[in-house]
Write a protein that binds this ligand. Structure first.
Ligand code: FPP
Length: 254
């Protein structure tokens, strides 16, 4: 085990040396996929995959913070996840509560600001209260931001913005001719947060799955073949190196 750790550390150091520290993405979005399949493949209940997924998230927060990345946005529960068996939905909601209760002091000590993006209204009162108090406690932290998307859907977010703009236009607060990208951005749930330069999705699936549809317009996409519970510093560094090899043209030419 010790030998394995030493060789893993050596591989991570080798990869770290390949990274251009001046070009670390400021904002990375992650679709943490494959928890269930990871567990099922090992003959374990799906919940084991979610538990392991939490420790991977903790590791990736630490690594990205150390690299100089400023914002991580993770997809923890989509609007579509309500269709899972109720035991799994309950497990996930309890897990969020348990993890926050256990980790919030450490998150605050590390000067991490935590923000929950999505419609929190259908969540149980106790969960809503811990989500709100965690945001309030960490709101002024400046070292790093962790955005956790819960009950989030990109289409729902866009419809919400369209409704707000329609209402403002109807009431005369704005003119239809004033509707532009800047105004649209200011009504998004991610208002004030720079768009992600990089999207990482694990488990080999090549879909966006209703995640940050507006914000990912020009993000580079990196698909990792490993399931989220097997994702680690090594796989994360590989994603950054791949990102740094891309030529970002934003629709223009060189
Ligand atoms: C996707 O795997 C993962 C999820 C739906 C849940 C992810 C949640 C965590 C890792 C917990 C994060 C906790 C906090 C407090 C931020 P899947 O279940 O869709 O896997 P599958 O595709 O193999 O079925």
């Amino acid at each position: 085990m010790r030998l394995k750790n030493i060789s893993t550390n050596n591989m991570n150091i080798k990869l770290s040396n390949e990274i251009d520290k001046q070009r670390i993405p400021e904002h990375i979005a992650i679709i943490m996929d494959g928890n269930g399949r990871w567990a099922t493949k090992k003959g374990l209940p799906r919940s084991f995959g979610h538990n392991k997924g939490v420790s991977v998230l903790k590791e990736i927060i630490k690594v990205s913070k150390n690299l100089g990345c400023k914002v991580l946005t993770v997809y923890a529960f989509s609007t579509e996840n309500w269709s899972r068996p109720s035991e799994e939905v309950d497990f996930l909601l309890n897990l969020f509560e348990k993890v926050l209760k256990k980790e919030i002091d450490e998150i605050h000590k590390e000067l991490i600001k935590i923000k929950f993006i999505g419609d929190l209204s259908p969540f149980p009162k106790t969960l809503k209260s811990i989500l709100n108090s965690s945001e309030a406690l960490t709101q002024n932290n400046k070292n790093f931001t962790l955005n956790v998307c819960v009950n989030y859907g990109g289409r729902q977010e866009i419809v919400k913005v369209a409704k707000e703009i329609a209402l403002k236009s109807f009431s005369g607060e704005i003119k239809p001719s004033e509707v532009d990208e800047e105004l649209f951005n200011s009504e998004l749930l991610t208002q004030g947060i720079k768009d992600p330069e990089l999207l990482i999705r694990t488990s080999g699936e090549k879909r966006i799955s209703n995640f940050l549809l507006w914000q990912l317009a020009y993000s580079e996409i990196y698909i990792s073949e490993v399931f989220w519970p097997d994702f680690d510093e090594f796989e994360f560094l590989k994603a950054i190196i791949d990102y740094q090899s891309r030529n970002r043209r934003f629709g223009g030419i060189e």
